[in-house]
Design a protein around this ligand. Sequence first.
Ligand SMILES: [Zn+2]
Length: 228
Amino acid sequence: MKAAKSRLCAYCGGDAATVDHVVSRALYPPSKAASRKPRITVPACVPCNGGWTDDEPHFRNVMMVAGEPNAAVRELWEGKIRRSFRHADGHRRVRELAEKFEPVETEQGTRHMIFPARDERVKRVVRKTVRGLCHHHGLLSPVADDQVMVDIHRFAIPDEFYEQMTAAHAEADILEYRYAVIEEEDIHSGWLLTFYGRTPFLCLVFHSAAALRKVEVEALREPPNPRT
Ligand SMILES: [Zn+2]
């Protein structure tokens, strides 16, 4: 794939002096170290590569507490995450995670829940992953941050469409994803990313930031704002 030899940053198109792990190494438990499944890497410039260093551990911590844990989550939580909370900035990480819990009234009383789709840092890491995968699969490159729309997957995708999506994974229990090049009006492709066998994110890649903004503005218009 010519993309793999490119010297241009997969995220901004600048000069790529480094290689970025599309799926952050922070997301893998130690038992994956010997895995034969190659990690997905793309060329990246220094500013892009360093641009999510702080967001990726936060993303991982949110994923840890968002739903029923699988074996990879349990291993991470018992090992490197507990240790990371004892590091110099561990207290900040715990506080940042705690701040994301919101009280929700249920029949069992008040419960505290986490909403990854309301967390801008979480969404930024999801967008970055999609951008890297777009390059990795030779679909579109570079894809800017503001070309990707992300949300928690909360409505059913028609079976026929789901089955037409190309299925792939980084490691089945870390990240499974499906994608389809749509090429419909301003939309380039649709993506479904599932981290740790749960928490599915639905993403759309647009051909331009302006096209995405147009769709967002239209979505805000319904229901009509009575003040306008
Ligand atoms: Zn870059």
